[in-house]
Design a protein. Structure first.
Length: 236
């Protein structure tokens, strides 16, 4: 027993002297961030999130961002966008901000946000870490959880929705959608919310939050391919 105790203390002392290999969790203690959307811009990984002000509340009228050049060491960028207070860039309401997403067009960075009244908006910055200015509505999009996907041919798509995923072509200005291309029910069987779409191995995965099921190679009852060819769906 004595030898076992000595061995245990030795291992604990050794562990205490080892360098920290990764910042985990990636956000500082006491900062509560949810709904992450990760994008790479100019070799830097950016994670846009909604912000909870405590463990007893969810979503607030503020956004922070996380950035990293190596996915190991992270920097917190506070108050990159807000709907109230000194950083308020939403002139039309003071509501909380739900799950965001980001995109880059023409050398500028676009932050897409959504709010409890199902309004969806976009703000623009010169830097990927903000500050994002001039929040405006994305006309024709009503729901939550916006997501932008740029296909290999350069066409950008805008997705959103709850319980039924919606999508449309995003115009080249990055702030408006083509209303003639809106598809409702793009994904609906098993879909709840949170719908990142991304390219992988030449295919177009589409993910969402559901009841823990996983759907692969969706059939006609699960998707509408009129707007966007979905190769597989992942629900969590």
């Amino acid at each position: 027993m004595y030898l076992k105790i000595r061995k245990l203390f030795f291992l604990l002392a050794l562990a205490a002297t080892l360098p920290v290999l990764a910042q985990n969790p990636i956000c500082p203690m006491g900062v509560y961030m949810a709904d992450p959307s990760a994008k790479v811009f100019d070799g830097e990984l950016l994670v846009a999130c909604s912000l909870d002000l405590s463990t007893r509340t969810w979503c607030s009228p503020y956004y922070h961002l996380l950035s990293s050049e190596d996915a190991v060491n992270w920097t917190l960028h506070r108050d990159v966008f807000a709907a109230v207070g000194p950083y308020d860039e939403v002139s039309y309401n003071d509501m909380p901000l739900y799950a965001p997403d980001m995109a880059k067009f023409g050398g500028k960075y676009f932050l897409y946000y959504d709010q409890p009244d199902q309004s969806e908006g976009v703000a623009i910055a010169e830097s990927p870490a903000g500050p994002f200015k001039g929040g405006r509505l994305v006309e024709g999009a009503h729901g939550i959880d916006p997501c932008v996907f740029v296909d290999d041919d350069g066409q950008a798509y805008y997705f959103w929705g709850q319980f039924s995923a919606k999508g449309a072509k995003l115009n080249p200005d990055g702030v408006s959608i083509d209303p003639s291309t809106i598809v409702d029910g793009l994904v609906w069987l098993g879909f709840a919310e949170a719908r990142p779409a991304f390219g992988r191995g030449g295919g177009n995965p589409f993910s969402g939050m559901s009841n823990g099921s996983v759907v692969v190679n969706p059939g006609p009852r699960q998707v509408k391919p009129e707007l966007f060819e979905i190769d597989w769906i992942h629900f969590v």
